[in-house]
Write a protein that binds this ligand. Structure first.
Ligand SMILES: CC(C)(COP(=O)(O)OP(=O)(O)OC[C@H]1O[C@@H](n2cnc3c(N)ncnc32)[C@H](O)[C@@H]1OP(=O)(O)O)[C@@H](O)C(=O)NCCC(=O)NCCS
Length: 182
């Protein structure tokens, strides 16, 4: 069964969410339209929305999920999240999704996070493939994945419900177990 064990990087702690993270999660990233621009979920308009989703993640840990709260070591506060999801475990692959508060963009933090989580997944599961999809205009996300060894696997178009059904181009990035040295 999957577990969200704590991970430490140079600047960050990755650990399971606690319900008490909700206020900072709302303040630091979940209420920001710039953070959610390319995401699948709508910007939160009240702290209760953040509390509801974090409450759900906390309850789901017992079923074996991977959902980390990204905590800034020096500031000792939650600044983002990263999750790995898998609807068909027998297929031995998963998809990661992540975000970080705007104040912390461009400091290498998500590169640090994605590298650590990629290694964690290959060490702690028998998965052979991890994928991540980004809007073709989400240059930061794609660059971050490339820096972590992910390569372009496919380019496809899909309507985006949050953008009123607008057809968007997506880049599917992926990494295979054999591509990384552990
Ligand atoms: C995308 C995101 C995760 C990047 O996180 P980050 O911590 O800022 O990324 P990093 O600092 O590790 O940067 C990785 C690389 O991308 C570059 N980069 C970051 N943002 C960029 C941008 N908007 N445009 C172009 N390049 C960018 C960085 O300069 C760095 O490259 P470098 O080392 O050559 O300078 C962050 O901006 C974010 O949370 N955005 C909102 C949510 C989101 O889009 N999530 C991903 C959905 S697929």
């Amino acid at each position: 069964m999957w577990r969200t064990f704590p991970i430490q990087t140079s600047n960050l702690y990755l650990r399971p969410f606690k319900i008490t993270d909700a206020a900072k999660a709302y303040e630091n990233w979940m209420s920001d339209d710039d953070v959610t621009e390319f995401l699948t979920w709508d910007t939160h308009r009240s702290p209760e929305e953040s509390e509801n989703i974090i409450g759900k993640w906390v309850r789901e840990y017992e079923y074996g999920t991977m959902e980390w709260c990204i905590v800034h070591k020096r500031k000792e506060e939650p600044i983002g999240s990263i999750a790995a999801v898998q609807d068909f475990p027998e297929m031995r692959y998963c998809e990661i999704g992540y975000c970080i508060g705007k104040e912390h963009w461009g400091k290498g933090y998500m590169t640090e996070t994605v590298k650590a989580v990629t290694e964690y997944i290959f060490r702690n599961t028998d998965y052979i493939w991890i994928q991540a999809r980004c809007d073709s205009e989400n240059y930061g996300s794609r660059k971050c994945l490339e820096k972590c060894g992910y390569k372009l696997a496919a380019v496809f178009e899909l309507p985006n419900e949050r953008m009123g059904g607008e057809i968007r181009t997506y880049h599917m990035m992926s990494i295979e177990r054999k591509d990384i040295r552990m």
